[in-house]
Ligand binder design. Structure first.
Ligand SMILES: [Zn+2]
Length: 461
């Protein structure tokens, strides 16, 4: 029985009985303001078979939202563990804080705020809680994947409530499937994102993408989009391996005297400029390397290395037309040029001791390049025919006297046949057209000598 002095809300039941649904509480000293704004009794609920009906009470007092300070650990979520609460401690603390915060001239709004504050303080003091969510990096996924993730979470809850059964349990199977679907989608999206980043880096490199890559590989994860760097067709995720790759890159940049990664961070050239300087640096490096190495190489003694540049075609190929016969001739000429054309003397030098260095055609002397090109009597007929236009071309250019002075020397003559460019600037003029013509004539001469030599050797055996 409720005291009649209480301001009650009575609900009449269909069977004639009545029931107290709510009691209106009037706070001391605050009769001026009605704290309960509205009472709603829900009695039209068709499927509610019990005699109880829900009652809603709307309070008039409101807490000013800007009074609530944003907690520093926003992003963290706690679970309050009521079952582990120390009730005596809680009640004690609540009484204590309520007493502390008592004040005679409070409005009802302030009073409600106070009450909530005291409840929270007591709760923090006496009820343990644990962190269930930390303020970690946000997972960036599409709306579709988010749905899959939510399904996965729901399935996990169902499985959890059902007692976490494993094996053939239905909820377990559904959970596994939902997890698989969500993971698959996340991986797919990450791979696409990575692919996009790399294609952006390759096709439309901007300072931003380049910096992202460098910063990430230097270990600053904050601004990075991707977790991998691609090197020689492989995705590298291990930080140690990534550092190794970066160190290698740094070495390559150093080797070709290109700006270091640190310098590139400060000043990043445009794609075209970078391409140009890389090409130039690599070509210069290898051209110099080739020149210094070829000076030590005996087989390259007749090759004019000064005009050879990496990335440029040598005149031996440039002057040859695309006719297959011409290419064959150029191959023979290139062998003579690089000292890889095999004559008996070279065979004897590099091969077995039993190889005879003597010319197999005339048997007069050692068959070296000088003998083959200028001396061997067995090749004299061919030589005379194809040597004549060469001599004529040179005489037309430098005159008969100069010819006689310089080309009586067989060594100089064979140099003219092998690579005339080595004589350019001294004996011959630096005239590109003329030098190309000499190259073409000598290519024919060398080829005819080669053919003749081959057929004579074949006839011997
Ligand atoms: Zn001979």
């Amino acid at each position: 029985m409720w005291p009649s002095s209480l301001n009650k809300f009575i609900h009449k039941l269909p069977d004639g009985n009545s029931r107290v649904m709510a009691i209106k509480i009037e706070l001391e000293n605050h009769t001026d303001l009605d704290i309960v704004d509205k009472i709603l009794i829900e009695n039209t609920c068709g499927n509610n078979l019990s005699t109880h009906v829900p009652v809603f009470c709307v309070l008039a007092a409101k807490i000013q939202s800007n009074n609530i300070k944003k907690s520093s650990n926003s992003g963290k979520k706690f679970k309050i563990e009521w079952d582990r609460a120390d009730l005596n401690k809680y009640q004690g603390k609540l009484k204590e804080t309520l007493q502390e915060n008592q004040s005679p001239n409070l409005t009802s709004t302030e009073l409600v705020g106070n009450l909530i504050y005291c409840l929270k303080k007591a709760e923090k003091f006496a009820i343990p809680s644990r962190i269930i969510k930390l303020n970690g990096p946000k997972l960036k996924v599409s709306a579709e994947t988010k749905i899959l993730l939510n399904i996965s979470k729901q399935k996990h809850r169902i499985w959890d409530i059902g007692g976490r059964k494993r094996g053939l349990d239905d909820s377990f199977k559904q959970l596994k499937e939902a997890k698989y679907n969500a993971r698959k989608m996340i991986r797919k999206e990450r791979a696409m994102e990575r692919e996009n980043f790399f294609s952006q880096l390759e096709q439309k490199p901007s300072s931003k993408t380049f910096f992202q890559l460098i910063k990430r590989n230097l270990g600053n994860n904050k601004t990075s989009v991707t977790q991998v760097i691609r090197h020689e067709e492989k995705d590298i995720t291990c930080p140690d391996e990534q550092r190794e790759v970066l160190a290698k890159t740094e070495n390559v940049l150093l080797q070709y005297s290109l700006p270091s990664i640190d310098e590139l961070l400060i000043f990043l050239p445009t794609k075209i400029k970078w391409k140009q300087s890389v090409r130039h640096a690599i070509n210069t490096f290898w051209s110099n390397k080739f020149r210094s190495l070829s000076k030590e190489n005996q087989t390259l003694i007749r090759l004019c290395t000064d005009i050879i540049n990496i990335g440029e075609i040598h005149p031996v190929w440039k002057t040859a037309t695309e006719i297959p016969g011409d290419t064959k001739k150029a191959i023979t000429k290139a062998r003579i040029l690089t000292g890889t054309y095999l004559l008996q003397a070279t065979k004897a030098k590099f091969n077995i001791g039993s190889t005879d260095p003597i010319c197999p055609l005339c048997k007069l002397e050692e068959e070296n390049l000088l003998h083959f090109l200028t001396r061997c009597p067995s090749l004299e007929g061919v030589r005379r025919t194809f040597y004549a236009p060469l001599k004529q071309a040179v005489i037309n250019k430098i005159g008969i006297d100069q010819w006689k002075t310089n080309f009586q020397n067989r060594e100089t003559l064979s140099q003219l046949i092998v690579d005339c460019r080595k004589l350019a600037g001294s004996i011959l003029p630096n005239d590109n057209n003329f030098l190309n013509m000499v190259e073409t004539i000598s290519r024919n001469l060398c080829d005819k000598l080669h053919q003749q030599r081959l057929s004579q050797i074949n006839a011997l055996s």
